[in-house]
Design a protein. Structure first.
Length: 145
C-alpha cells in the first residue's frame, strides 16, 4: 500500500506541472497574437517561434532604418541652424554698419531731396510710427497737399 503522503506529493507536483504548462501555453498564445502574420490564426509552437523570429528581425531592420533617418534629419537640422546663425550674424553686422554710415537712420530726405537730421531743432520731428521702423531704412517725408 502507498502512503497518503505520497499521493499528496504526487497531486501537488501534477498541479504545479499543469500550471507550468498552462503558463507556457498562454505565453505562446500571447506571442502568436503579437505577431501580425499570425493574429487570429492557428499555428504550431514551431511556426509561432519562426514567425516571431522573422518579425523581430524585420522590426530591427525597420528600427535601424528609422534611426538612420532620424540621424540624417538631426544633421540637416544642425546645418540649417548653423546657416540661420550665420545669416543672423551677417544681418546684425550689416545693420550695425548701416547705423554708422552717412545715410544714417537719423537723416531724412526733405521734399527738395536734401538730407535733414531728425535731431535738428528746426526740422519736423518724426512720428511714433516712424520710430518703430527698423533703423536701417530711410524715411521719406511726404508733402501735405
Amino acid at each position: 500500500m502507498v502512503p497518503p503522503k505520497f499521493h499528496y506529493k504526487r497531486a501537488h507536483h501534477n498541479a504545479l506541472e499543469r500550471k507550468r504548462r498552462d503558463h507556457i501555453k498562454d505565453s505562446f498564445h500571447s506571442l502568436r497574437d503579437s505577431v501580425p502574420a499570425l493574429q487570429g490564426e492557428k499555428a504550431s509552437r514551431a511556426q509561432i517561434l519562426d514567425k516571431a523570429t522573422e518579425y523581430i528581425q524585420y522590426m530591427r531592420r525597420k528600427n535601424h532604418t528609422h534611426q538612420q533617418d532620424i540621424d540624417d534629419l538631426k544633421r540637416q537640422n544642425a546645418l540649417l541652424e548653423q546657416q540661420v546663425r550665420a545669416l543672423e550674424k551677417v544681418k546684425g553686422s550689416t545693420q550695425l554698419q548701416s547705423s554708422y554710415s552717412s545715410s544714417d537712420s537719423s537723416l531724412y530726405t526733405n521734399p527738395k531731396g536734401s538730407a535733414v537730421s531728425a535731431f535738428d531743432g528746426g526740422s519736423d520731428s518724426s512720428s511714433e510710427s516712424e520710430a518703430e521702423e527698423p533703423p536701417n531704412r530711410k524715411k521719406l517725408r511726404v508733402e501735405a497737399s
